[in-house]
Design a protein around this ligand. Structure first.
Ligand SMILES: Nc1nc2c(ncn2[C@@H]2O[C@H](COP(=O)(O)OP(=O)(O)OP(=O)(O)O)[C@@H](O)[C@H]2O)c(=O)[nH]1
Length: 195
């Protein structure tokens, strides 16, 4: 498996945060998103941001911004599909996704996902901690993008329902707090304390 591309999932509505882009909220000396970029960029061959609406608000990041192709906020799998469609245009066989609201995810996310997929002989891998699986931190094959598109058009929304249909490895990480995600203003305060 070649070095994958990275796609940051920022296509949600952030309702618990009151709307807007959670990723652009300040955290430490940067933003939540800048922490995510700093962690993912060194691990991948290239990086894009999945987000909906006017891409100009992310222009300062100098990243390709790719929108969902499925209408109506169909959930993170819709962002995975957008990422896979972008990866196909780049000739890439796989992407790794990371959620834009999770600033402390592991710096060895990508090698561990790749290793888990290789060990299990699967094309898909998801991250897991003692608390459970983290479906927005995964390895996804470009070759399954039309299958995913069909599943989304059929109304499938739950990530693990789709991954488990295709065989899915899990990369185990010991620390739940590495996948702490910022959903509410209170979470943002907590994230500041975790820096
Ligand atoms: N592309 C895309 N990504 C989504 C969508 N919904 C959620 N996500 C992403 O999936 C991850 C987890 O999202 P959630 O926490 O469930 O949703 P959210 O929009 O971030 O926040 P809430 O609206 O408060 O639930 C985040 O990276 C979101 O950006 C969607 O409809 N499209």
């Amino acid at each position: 498996m070649k070095h994958p591309l990275g796609v940051i999932l920022a296509g949600g509505q952030a309702t618990r945060m009151g709307g807007g882009d959670k990723g652009l909220l300040p955290l430490g000396s940067g933003t939540i998103l800048s922490h995510v970029i700093d962690r993912l960029e060194p691990q991948v061959a290239g990086l894009a941001l999945n987000a909906n609406g006017d891409p100009a608000r992310f222009a300062h990041l100098n990243l390709p911004v790719i929108a969902d192709s499925i209408d109506g906020f169909a959930g993170p799998l819709s962002g995975v599909l957008a990422g896979l469609d972008w990866a196909a245009t780049q000739g890439a066989s796989h992407i790794v996704t990371a959620a834009a609201d999770t600033p402390f995810f592991p710096c060895d996310l990508v090698p561990r996902l790749l290793q888990a997929a290789e060990d299990a002989g699967t094309q898909i891998a998801l991250s897991r901690t003692p608390d459970g699986r983290h479906p927005t931190f995964g390895l996804w094959p470009t070759v399954l993008r039309d299958d995913l598109r069909a599943a989304l058009n059929d109304g499938l929304r739950k990530v693990v329902l789709w991954t488990d249909q295709h065989g899915c490895a899990t990369a185990a990480f010991p620390d739940d707090s590495a996948f702490f995600n910022v959903n509410t203003p209170q979470d943002l305060v907590q994230a500041e304390h975790m820096l």
